[in-house]
Design a protein around this ligand. Structure first.
Ligand SMILES: Nc1ncnc2c1ncn2[C@@H]1O[C@H](COP(=O)(O)OP(=O)(O)OP(=O)(O)O)[C@@H](O)[C@H]1O
Length: 362
């Protein structure tokens, strides 16, 4: 299967400051790929380059097998939704949504346009706004109209850049479900940029993690959980994200700062280094909080009614974890933590690259 969008070695600098440092990214046909990364990671630049709105310094971009690296934006069959709004102020909502369908490129029949606009407006719950002036809309309404403008077309690829950021939680969840519904019905292909982990896993088939202009890892969320490529991946995924502990490989064991007994190394599989400082990363779900194990202190408690999110401090590092129950622990409590059997990954203390290889063949 060839990719719908295939980006190789994409580089871009703005005023000699590198924003993209060799992006490799493939979006398969009919998939939703989330591009997940913190602010300034290069998400928008990647999408703009794919749309032909930013000229790359190096690399190639292929769309449905065709090399479009130097091609005009208008010749690429993509639809883009940006954080900023792209509405035409002189047209009402209906004509904004219909705009692309009336362009010389599409020139759909008016009856077909009316049908598509009506259906899309219904999906996005803006049917009651169709005759309104775009200038009179709220931020959330404008964003929905903007998404409708993109979705009314059937391009090869949708590029969505934080499309739901201006919406409140309920609307955001509703729209996410609707985007997935449109995806199911039409087998669309989407590249969806976001800094929101929950949003990414809720909508995407696969996730590509981006930081400082590089893709750190691409895969299903299960695959990323099973084998995070770098410590930074653990910081970006999970809810809460990965717990990190300062540790040291010494004499065939792992000494974790402040822990009584060393951890056996067998759990970590093949190791790249024999001795020296490492970072132990553990998914919070694999840390047991209770009566046994190493000492820790509850630093903060965030009550959520039926569960609590707590921050726990240990001599080797602090981490967040969710516990069930109304008030299982209180702020300032001394507790014990135990790292579950076979859990944890080791990362290079400086570069953050994973140095343990559990579950992988030597
Ligand atoms: N037109 C521009 N001129 C100068 N620098 C830019 C320009 N566009 C982006 N940058 C810089 O390039 C880097 C990547 O920006 P980009 O907008 O692609 O990141 P992002 O991941 O989309 O961030 P955000 O989530 O904040 O939108 C940042 O350091 C940004 O400041």
């Amino acid at each position: 299967m060839s990719a719908m969008l295939d980006i190789r070695g994409l580089k871009k600098a703005y005023r000699r400051k590198a924003a993209l440092r060799g992006i490799d990214l493939a979006v398969e046909e009919h998939e939703i790929l989330a591009l997940l990364g913190p602010t300034g990671a290069g998400k928008s630049s990647t999408l703009l380059a794919a749309a032909g709105l930013v000229e790359p310094d190096a690399g190639t971009i292929r769309l449905a097998g065709r090399d479009v690296t130097g091609a005009e934006a208008s010749s690429r069959d993509v639809s883009i939704v940006f954080e900023g709004f792209n509405l035409l102020p002189v047209l009402n909502v209906r004509d904004n949504i219909a705009f692309a369908l009336r362009s010389p490129k599409y020139r759909e029949a008016e009856a077909e346009i009316a049908r598509r606009v009506g259906r899309t407006a219904e999906l996005l719950r803006i049917a009651h706004l169709l005759d309104r002036d775009t200038g009179t809309l709220s931020g959330g309404e404008r964003q929905r109209v903007s998404i409708a403008r993109a979705l009314v077309r059937r391009p090869l690829l949708y590029l969505l850049d934080e499309p739901l950021s201006a919406l409140d939680l309920k609307l955001r969840e509703g729209l996410r479900a609707e985007l997935r519904q449109i995806h199911r019905e039409h087998g669309t292909t989407m590249l969806y940029a976001t800094h929101d982990y929950h949003g990414a896993i809720a909508i995407a088939d696969r996730i590509a993690i981006i930081d400082e202009g590089r893709i750190l890892q691409t895969g299903t969320i299960e695959a990323i959980y099973a084998r995070p490529a770098e410590a930074f991946v653990g910081r970006l995924v999970g809810s809460p994200s990965m717990a990190f502990f300062e540790a040291e490989l010494r004499d065939g064991g792992l000494l974790v700062k402040g822990f009584g007994a060393p951890l056996a190394l067998s759990r970590f599989g093949r190791l790249a280094a024999a001795n020296g400082p490492v970072t132990l990363g553990v998914w919070p779900e694999d840390i047991v909080v209770g009566e046994e194990g190493e000492p820790g202190r509850v630093y903060a408690v965030d009550n959520r009614g039926y569960e609590v999110a707590i921050q726990i401090e240990t001599p080797a590092g602090s981490f967040r974890k969710v516990l069930e129950g109304r008030r299982p622990v209180g702020q300032g409590d001394t507790i014990r933590v135990r790292i579950g059997e076979g859990a944890g990954f080791l990362f290079d203390a400086t570069s953050g690259a994973r140095v343990s290889h559990q579950g992988e063949r030597a």
